[in-house]
Ligand binder design. Sequence first.
Ligand SMILES: [Zn+2]
Length: 139
Amino acid sequence: MATEAHARHSIAEYRSDYEEGRRLRGLRCACGFVTATWGLVCPKCGGRALEEVELSGRGRLAAFTVQTVPSDEFLNDAPYAYVVVDLEEGGRITGWVEGIRDEKELTVGAPVRWTPTYKPGVHFTLEPAPGPTTRESPP
Ligand SMILES: [Zn+2]
């Protein structure tokens, strides 16, 4: 039996897994590079020793723009933010954050989390900002 290290899932499985909210997978190369984009070779070193890794879906905004003129499948969701997310484990993925009307509502570096819905695409929500503690002081 072949024991090649490259990924065994297909691009269709990869997409349907995250679009249907089952899991988010990435690939880690022997060189250490992690990508969230399906492929057969490492985009950094060209190596083929890619290992599948489970991605937590947590990350930070790398870039964003507010969409007010959506494609058909997002007609009921505009305006929303189209975002590029740097994932915690490495790798970058595009997705969207609903309910964003103005770019001032977002900042580069803001923490986000993958929150699958029945809606299409890779849906993220903003993590609450670490504010002052709300714990009550002891009596
Ligand atoms: Zn590599």
